[in-house]
Design a protein around this ligand. Structure first.
Ligand code: AMP
Length: 420
């Protein structure tokens, strides 16, 4: 990664503003139901504390649409952090107001504060410069972006703030996400197999297009497979389909054929009459989906074929479930594929809420090289797009060696010119 990280700068005694992604799921009583995103931020927070920084955390949570809404308060996150860090995490009841100012002013080296939800302020999502400046002024000119999950958004706390500080650097989670997801795309060990699922082709078209000249094979399942199957002329019954994407699906399959990339679609599907766990179901081949039925999962022949394709993979990228995981009957494809990847001897990188949930449910998380914390951001990175929150960070200066190598190269060229 060509961006500076927290390891590249002096942090001692400085107030450091850190954008995290604490967008965690809460139940109806405001209790955190999955703290993965909080634990993922701990290495950065601990490092900053060890270096003697005064740590000021900020994040968004949910979609409060620019209004204060207690339902989306970050207070439960402050409590969770207090427990996980085993130190009192001070909570400011506003973002840049009097509570934030007094809380951050009183911080001692190594102490931690959390500001209230940045999206309670309507200026955040507009990337309003006045909020960016106010956020920056809480710090001593040092900003850390560790919110990979929000890096595809140019908001005040992810992008605008970088214009008002001296140093904008990546946190350890951001660095890990970029190096692993980006690394897989840059120099994958082959065979490289991508598995894509989920509801919509339209969400993943950019990813498929960017992957075609990098992968050996793409396995497609989930709802998005039906648009491809229809493009191939199959009758898909009532299965989910984006008719306006059929032409694009055809183009993708043609390009893959020209480039020698295999695209595998389901051979059989688990169908039912309604979008429900309780209606009559059966397994059918894709050429015999009965009228009035819809496919909610891949069938056993497809699972076997996909397992077989994955066996020798050295790099695996997976995003999106192969079936409707919300219904217990239709989780089988996703779970078998999670197991198949876990059994490979590959670099495996996974993103997307449902795929990650299946991996965790099966207790397979430690069998994967990297489980991404960012849904939208990881998709945009896989599409080959620039992430505004990353682009805005300070570039790494060239190392002394790179500078002297460059100087030598120029001098040698000059010598050549004189000799001629
Ligand atoms: P995504 O957010 O694109 O990763 O998609 C996840 C959603 O895809 C989940 O809510 C699944 O219920 C849905 N999904 C997966 N397979 C199907 C299918 N065969 N039909 C309809 N929806 C599906």
């Amino acid at each position: 990664m060509n961006k500076k990280t927290i390891r590249d700068i002096d942090l001692k005694g400085k107030k450091v503003l850190v954008r995290c992604d604490f967008n965690v799921p809460l139940d109806e009583n405001g209790k955190i139901t999955d703290n993965t995103r909080i634990t993922a931020a701990l290495p950065t927070i601990q490092y900053l504390r060890e270096q003697g920084a005064k740590v000021i955390l900020c994040s968004h949570l949910g979609r409060p649409k620019g209004q204060v809404n207690e339902k989306y308060s970050l207070k439960p996150v402050a409590d969770e952090l207090t427990e996980l860090l085993d130190t009192d995490v001070k909570f400011a009841s506003d973002i840049t107001g009097s509570s934030a100012q007094s809380t951050t002013e009183s911080l001692k080296d190594g102490e931690v504060a959390l500001l209230e939800n940045v999206r309670f302020d309507p200026r955040e999502e507009k990337n309003d410069d006045s909020l960016s400046a106010e956020l920056a002024s809480l710090s001593d000119g040092v900003y850390v972006n560790d919110a990979f999950g929000s890096a595809h958004r140019a908001h005040s706390s992810t992008e605008g703030v970088t214009h008002h500080v001296d140093e904008s650097v990546a946190g350890l989670l951001m660095e890990k996400e970029i190096e692993l997801l980006g690394g897989v795309l840059e120099s994958p060990e082959k065979p490289f197999v991508a598995i894509l699922g989920g509801a919509k082709v339209s969400d993943k078209i950019g990813v498929i297009e960017n992957l075609i000249d990098k992968v050996d094979e793409i396995l497609i399942g989930g709802g998005m497979a039906f648009t491809f199957l229809k493009a191939k002329g199959y009758n898909i019954g009532n299965s989910i389909c984006e008719d306006d994407k059929i032409e694009e699906a055809k183009k993708i399959m043609k390009k893959a054929e020209q480039e020698g990339v295999k695209i595998k679609l389901p051979q059989d599907v688990h169908v039912t009459t309604d979008f429900s766990n309780d209606t009559p179901d059966k397994m059918v081949n894709v050429d015999s989906i009965p009228e009035g039925y819809q496919g909610l999962d891949v069938g056993p022949k497809t699972v076997m074929e996909f397992q077989n394709e994955l066996k020798d993979a050295k790099t695996v990228l997976w995003n999106g479930p192969l079936g409707v995981c919300e219904f217990s009957k239709y989780t089988i494809g996703t779970e078998r594929i999670a197991e198949a990847i876990a059994n490979t001897d590959s670099v495996s990188v996974v993103g997307g809420g449902d795929s990650v949930a299946a991996i965790k449910k099966l207790g397979l998380a430690d069998k994967f090289t990297h489980i991404s914390t960012g849904g939208g951001a990881s998709l945009e990175l896989l599409e080959g797009k620039n992430l505004p929150g990353l682009v805005a960070l300070t570039d790494k200066e060239h190392t002394q060696k790179e500078v002297s190598d460059k100087k030598n190269e120029i001098e040698n060229k000059d010598k050549d010119v004189h000799l001629r």
